[in-house]
Design a protein around this ligand. Structure first.
Ligand SMILES: Nc1ncnc2c1ncn2[C@@H]1O[C@H](COP(=O)(O)OP(=O)(O)OP(=O)(O)O)[C@@H](O)[C@H]1O
Ligand SMILES: [Mg+2]
Length: 455
């Protein structure tokens, strides 16, 4: 810690108690913000921190030593702790901008050349060289602010206190000052600011103090302090915009709950990936309507082996395409079962059709077809049966291939080879009593038995 206050109290001569029992510990090299409504005591606290005001009670400790209010004690403190006042007119008094910036370093006993070097550096750094001969009271508000900050930085203090540093500055000018502050912080300086700009305090600070009615009511990381919405409201502050947007997105499941994004890139990182696809679309389908996209499998699925994909049109392009949001539903994978018709048993067969939820039956070979016909079994496929069954299984069908005993092993090999070579996982299994009598495992070399199981 570099700067500390203990039970600090201060009242103005008219009796206004502006600081009431404030104890803070400011760590070295950090970016600190004080936030709080008008009149909460920020400026008064800052004037106490660099010894411009003397506390009524309590004390200030700099670098481990109690601040002494002798003239040498105060000179030492002010050399280390520079302050840029809220109102630049309180700060600027020399006849020209150049002389104003030169005042501090001259007072610190710098040589003439050293003063010249520092002032010139500041004039360039703050983009005010063209104003160097102007009287400060002829400057615009933003120009005054830059001159005032330049004057303080010219003394190279360890701790830089800035009371509302960005007020009066245009957005680009404000960014330039922030860049300078960040650079100084990078070089190890402790930067303390006050601000009503909650977005700035939230995004920029390492640590935030919240003042209200002369008292310290909260402190902590910006995320911790600004996530207490009620406290923020009671302090006449607003929620940081990024945090507000994040909360609204989170409520709508568009962002993932990972805390407190500080800036746009961090906010963007919280966005959930929405499942979008660009498709060709017929002219009748309007935005908001749904289009069925069929079934995805393999590399295109997210959760299951197969997914039925519905989609909602989000945006129509002029070229007959649309951006749709996918709504996926995991489908049960398709299956191919093989039944040995030479051991046909009507009861068993009916049980199998029901139990395995068969909706596609194909018959291979004359024998199987004849039995099926005699038994009144509805065959939907009687040529290219293995391939058709595989194709149907891929889209979720439950296929049963009726065949003779000699063909079971052949069928098993074909289906298993397909599964192995394509990487598309289907359920495959010979079923029924007849299947058990066949040593299809050894006959269908290279098969993998785990594919027989329901997945
Ligand atoms: N010179 C003064 N004499 C009497 N009272 C004062 C004086 N300066 C400030 N005050 C009072 O002290 C309290 C704290 O004022 P201070 O200027 O520290 O608040 P602030 O938090 O900086 O407010 P703002 O956001 O408006 O800058 C206020 O009630 C204010 O009226
Ligand atoms: Mg103030």
């Amino acid at each position: 810690m570099i700067l500390e206050t203990r039970n600090l109290e201060f009242s103005y001569p008219d009796g206004t108690k502006a600081i009431d029992d404030i104890s803070i510990v400011i760590p070295e090299g950090k970016r600190i913000s004080f936030v709080g409504k008008n009149g909460s005591g920020k400026s008064t606290l800052f004037l106490l921190l660099n010894g411009t005001l003397k506390p009524k009670k309590g004390k200030i400790i700099y670098d481990g030593k109690d601040v002494e209010y002798s003239s040498s004690g105060l000179r030492d403190l002010r050399k280390k702790v520079g302050i840029v006042f809220q109102n630049s007119d309180d700060q600027l008094f020399a006849p020209t901008v150049y002389q104003d910036i030169a005042f501090g370093p001259t007072n610190l006993g710098y040589s003439k050349e050293e003063v010249e070097r520092v002032v010139n550096q500041m004039l360039d750094h703050f983009g005010i060289r063209h104003l160097k001969d102007k009287p400060p009271h002829h400057l615009s508000g933003g120009q005054k602010k830059r001159t005032a900050i330049a004057g303080v930085l010219a003394m190279d203090p360890e701790v830089i206190i800035l009371d509302e540093p960005l007020s009066n500055l245009d957005p680009v000018g404000a960014d330039e000052i922030l860049d300078i502050l960040n650079e100084l912080n990078h070089m190890g300086k402790t930067i303390i600011i006050s601000t009503h700009d909650v977005d700035l305090a939230y995004a920029w600070s390492d640590y935030v103090y919240l003042l209200s009615d002369s008292r310290l009511i909260d402190e902590g990381s910006p995320g911790a302090v600004f996530s207490k919405e009620e406290q923020v409201r009671d302090s006449s502050l607003k929620n940081p915009l990024i945090l507000d947007i994040y909360r609204e997105l989170e409520k709508r499941w568009l962002s993932t709950g990972n805390g407190h994004p500080k800036d746009l890139p961090e906010l963007v990182r919280t966005l959930r990936s929405i499942d979008l696809m660009r498709i060709d679309i017929s002219p009748e389908v309007a935005v908001g309507q749904c289009v069925n996209l069929g079934v995805l499998f393999g590399d295109y699925t997210k959760e299951g082996l197969y997914e039925a994909v519905n989609s909602r049109v989000l945006f129509r392009n002029d070229d007959g395409t649309a951006v749709v949001e996918l709504k996926r539903r995991v489908l049960r994978p398709g299956a191919v079962y093989v039944y040995n018709m030479e051991s046909f048993d009507k009861d068993e067969f009916e049980t199998i059709v029901k139990k395995y939820d068969i909706n596609h039956i194909g018959a291979m070979g004359k024998l199987s077809k004849d039995i099926a016909e005699n038994q009144g079994i509805q065959i939907v496929c009687n040529s290219g049966v293995i391939d058709r069954s595989i194709l149907n299984a891929i889209t979720g069908s439950r296929c049963l291939i009726l065949t003779s005993q000699g063909m079971v092993a052949h069928t098993a090999k074909r289906v298993r080879d397909y599964i192995k070579n394509s990487g598309i996982r289907l359920i495959f299994s010979p079923i029924g009593k007849g299947a058990a009598e066949i040593d299809y495992q050894t006959q269908a070399a290279g098969s993998s038995s785990d594919l027989d199981k329901e997945i």
